[in-house]
Design a protein. Structure first.
Length: 398
């Protein structure tokens, strides 16, 4: 529901009249990247004092009553997904995704009913989805309950994984961060005025705020972590849940200095600390932290899964990357490895058994300069570009 607000114009004695739009940002906690993107976008919108009454809505909570996975297993769907990531149980994930989509289609009418009740209570002017898989239910429920209210889906993956992952054949807005995703939308028949291209993935504003370090300051910070500041440091990061493969990586590059960020996986962090005594080179083990920009600032390269957020963060901090792409890679992240090759920002392995060779190859001076120059050509300002798009959509609504 629109709200009228009066405000004093800067440097003037008169008041300006404008409409404040109720804007709902839809997220869930499968993986963590969706909540992180929603929080980052909210932070920028609030800072820019946009004419929005902004709310974050956890869709998992809204749909808990009809979560068939919870009814069958006692565990929420998003928690099953996070456990899969933590344990590395991702082999066969394309088939699991297809099965999940089948279940979602079977329960579509129930989802629409629950969501219509949600919109009836909330009455947003614009709904912004930062989640995959459920955009058909979001659109149908919104169209039936609040006709004319726009749905905007922001892809937090570099490209779509069709069918029925991010994009559906329905008249809504999409915000995409790559040429590939833009072409996918066009191929589905979406008109250009509904497909908004930005310069990359949503990053936390802290990645833009981090102050540059002078060489002596950087060397001292590396020394405090237990490193020889004159030798390269790799950052190993596998999202908010960590991954068991980090142990394999630490064993396969025993002579390389590493920062190992384990997220919420405390068991993994303990195992890596015990492993440190067996290695020739020091490691620094960290759990969940908001200091990832700082650790990236102290590192020289990145090793991890080809997640859209981590890859975009590494590129923003000028870190060449090493990732793997194989049958265990989540299907929606497989294009990201191709994107690494296309952009020339790092090395893609079939598996991390070859990680020692890849590190040697990446740190060759000529190769490292080439990879680092490629990261410098990427100017991702998406989190600052999206509020303009949302304001225009909101202005045109109703």
């Amino acid at each position: 529901m629109n709200r009228i607000v009066f405000c004093r114009a800067r440097g003037a004695a008169w008041h300006n009249l404008y409409w404040v739009k109720k804007l709902d940002l839809i997220f869930f906690d499968a993986g963590g990247g969706h909540r992180a993107a929603a929080n980052a976008l909210k932070s920028v919108i609030d800072q820019q004092k946009r004419p929005f009454e902004l709310s974050l809505v956890n869709l998992q909570e809204a749909l808990d009553a009809i979560d068939v996975f919870r009814k069958l297993t006692g565990v929420r769907l998003q928690d099953i997904y996070n456990l899969m990531l933590k344990k590395g149980w991702t082999l066969g994930s394309p088939q699991l995704t297809a099965g999940m989509h089948l279940v979602i289609r079977l329960f579509h009418s129930q989802q629409v009913k629950v969501l219509r009740d949600l919109w009836r209570k909330r009455r947003p002017d614009v709904v912004v989805s930062l989640i995959p898989n459920l955009n058909r239910a979001l659109f149908d429920s919104l169209h039936r309950e609040l006709p004319g209210t726009p749905l905007v889906t922001i892809l937090t993956d570099i490209a779509d994984y069709p069918p029925h992952f991010w994009m559906e054949r329905q008249q809504q807005h999409f915000i995409v961060g790559s040429e590939k995703a833009q072409a996918q939308a066009a191929a589905m028949g979406h008109q250009p005025q509904y497909v908004h291209r930005v310069s990359g993935m949503i990053l936390n504003p802290s990645f833009y705020d981090v102050a540059p370090l002078e060489p002596p300051e950087r060397a001292e910070a590396r020394r405090k972590l237990g490193f020889d500041p004159e030798k390269p440091v790799g950052l190993v990061l596998f999202g908010g849940q960590g991954a068991a493969v980090m142990l394999e990586i630490a064993r396969r590059v025993p002579d390389r200095q590493l920062i190992l960020v384990c997220g919420h996986n405390e068991k993994l962090a303990s195992e890596l600390r015990r492993l440190a005594a067996e290695r020739a080179a020091p490691v620094f083990v960290e759990g969940f932290t908001k200091e990832v920009p700082r650790y990236m600032q102290l590192a020289d390269y990145f090793i991890g899964k080809p997640g859209p957020g981590s890859l975009s963060e590494a590129a923003a901090m000028r870190l060449p990357v090493i990732v793997e792409r194989n049958a265990w890679t989540l299907p929606q992240e497989r294009y990201n490895a191709d994107w690494v090759r296309e952009q020339g920002i790092g090395i893609v392995l079939r598996n991390f058994r070859d990680v020692a060779r890849a590190v040697d190859e990446l740190l060759d001076p000529a190769a490292y300069a080439r990879f680092r120059a490629a990261t410098g050509r990427m100017q991702n300002r998406a989190v600052f570009e999206i509020p303009d798009i949302l304001e225009k959509i909101g202005t045109q609504a109703h």
